[in-house]
Design a protein around this ligand. Structure first.
Ligand SMILES: Nc1ncnc2c1ncn2[C@@H]1O[C@H](COP(=O)(O)OP(=O)(O)OP(=O)(O)O)[C@@H](O)[C@H]1O
Ligand SMILES: [Mg+2]
Length: 379
């Protein structure tokens, strides 16, 4: 199987009018300025240069670190090297192409720094691509940003749009005026989010007094007030407890199903993503690594699962499971559940002696990506 086949397994042709998101060969590079410290540790400690170079050009460089105050002798040349800025180029997205149809619920997964947030920012017009072409709801995010924002909702889990020093409802009212949301639409959406996101008690709370889960709900509610056709969610479940997460997931599924809202969502939690979305795009190092169904992904990578077993000290013998490590009676295993059923695994665990606790979870995204690369190598 070629890489091309692996990445194109899911998406058939979508009629142009049904395309919500189209990215074609999109790349994005950033220029980063970094301070380069070329001086060696030995020179740092001694504060002296090697060799008899330009003694008279030396000056005292005084550095204060907390209670310590050190005087060092550095040449001008060396100081220049210490504080010199170096330009590097970071490729956040590298020739990425995909399409999302209207009404789809798509998961966007990848390890830290893979390019997920960059994609979200490009799609919402906050950044411009270095090359390639993209359209969102038939519009160019770069050229038609204001018109697009009327149909788009964007939520970055680590940021808030709420007015910090005002009750939540005041931010909502402000959005209604600024976005010119018709009365009826505003009322309908406000009623919907109040009921489904349990906003009753937090509507009148000051944003700065909200807990993380409450703040996330309020931000999500505010994002929906103008009835967006497409919503981009960058880690909306970040830091939420199990109950808040469940509520958020159920709500998103419902607006996708009942209101036909197209959703693209990122998360580091494969379980959350699989519960929400039917299709997954995986990105790694700025390149699209997989585009398909969760079952399709499992066909390639297996159904890798990790579990931790806590015992009274004895190591459990579990056939078909790989021991990743263990100490003080806590053992970490890996198993491919496409080869060994959950029932068999639970059977083995129930027969093992001295088990106090078991925790089962999906393998981390980094490992799924590693499995994908291995599959390509073998292909
Ligand atoms: N404004 C910027 N300037 C320079 N480099 C940037 C900038 N924004 C992102 N990058 C770099 O681009 C790459 C992709 O970053 P991005 O934020 O898209 O990753 P991500 O997939 O969202 O990661 P995470 O899971 O940690 O949120 C990273 O190497 C990051 O350091
Ligand atoms: Mg990110």
């Amino acid at each position: 199987m070629s890489k091309k086949e692996l990445t194109d397994t899911f998406q058939g042709a979508i009629a142009p009018k049904d395309i919500a998101v189209r990215m074609e060969s999109v790349s994005k590079t950033f220029t980063r300025w970094q301070r380069r410290d070329n001086i060696t540790q030995k020179e740092r400690v001694s504060g002296q240069e090697q060799g008899p170079k330009k003694q008279n050009a030396r000056e005292n460089v005084i550095e204060e670190t907390g209670a310590f105050r050190k005087e060092r002798m550095f040449s001008k040349d060396k100081r220049k090297r210490i504080f010199r800025q170096e330009k590097t180029t970071v490729t956040a997205l590298d020739n990425v192409s995909f399409q999302i149809g209207r009404g789809e619920f798509v998961a966007y997964a990848g390890p830290n720094g893979a390019g997920k947030s960059t994609t979200m920012k490009l799609l919402s017009g906050m950044l411009q691509p270095t090359s390639g072409d993209l359209s969102v709801l038939g519009m160019s995010p770069e050229k038609e940003r204001i018109a697009l924002m009327k149909k788009l909702g964007v939520l970055f889990g680590n940021r808030t749009e709420l007015w910090w020093d005002h009750p939540v409802i005041q931010s909502f009212a402000w959005k209604k005026v600024v976005w010119d949301i018709p009365d009826e639409m505003y009322r309908r959406n406000l009623d919907m989010v109040t009921e489904l996101l349990d906003m009753g008690e937090i509507r009148n709370t000051f944003a700065r007094e909200l807990s993380l889960g409450q703040r996330m709900r309020a931000d999500l509610a505010m994002m929906l007030l103008h009835s967006p056709e497409l919503i981009l969610l960058d880690e909306p479940t970040l830091g939420l407890d199990v109950v808040a997460k469940r509520q958020m997931i159920e709500f998103l599924k419902r607006i996708n199903r009942e209101e036909g809202v197209t959703i693209l969502v990122t998360s580091h939690d494969m379980d959350d993503l699989e519960e929400m979305a039917r299709r997954i795009l995986m990105i790694s190092d700025g390149k699209l690594a997989f585009d398909g169904s969760f079952d399709g992904l499992r066909d390639i990578t297996g159904n890798l699962t990790h579990f931790t077993v806590t015992t009274d000290g004895r190591m459990p013998e579990l056939e078909g499971c790989r021991l990743l490590g263990g100490k003080h009676g806590v053992f970490e295993f890996e198993v491919d559940l496409s080869g060994l059923s959950m029932k068999t695994l639970l059977g083995m665990l129930s027969r093992a002696e001295g088990i106090l606790d078991v925790e089962i979870r999906k393998a981390p995204i980094e490992q799924v990506i590693a499995q994908l690369y291995q599959a390509w190598k073998k292909a």
